[in-house]
Write a new protein. Structure first.
Length: 83
């Protein structure tokens, strides 16, 4: 089980240090959903936080994921079972 938090800001002003700290506290509140890893992305308008429970691909599962030029960011949780 993993978990994520997100926040969208509708103003143009930069996200303050206090808002970043509050957001980290939000992510800490879901540590029970993913105690093995955490990751963050923040820009002027959005914040993503992710908690990971490492079950599969323990070494390469850090998130958020980014495209090579860092234009696109994504958080996701997936599991494929092929029978």
């Amino acid at each position: 089980m993993c978990g994520f938090v997100g926040c969208v800001h509708d103003r143009i002003a930069e996200i303050t240090g206090e808002e970043k700290q509050t957001f980290k506290e939000m992510n800490d509140m879901i540590t029970h959903r993913g105690p093995d890893d955490e990751g963050y992305y923040t820009d002027d308008h959005v914040q993503f936080g992710f908690r990971r429970l490492s079950i599969i691909d323990v070494e390469n599962g850090h998130q958020p994921l980014t495209y090579e030029n860092e234009r696109y960011w994504i958080i996701l949780t997936e599991k494929f079972i092929i029978m």
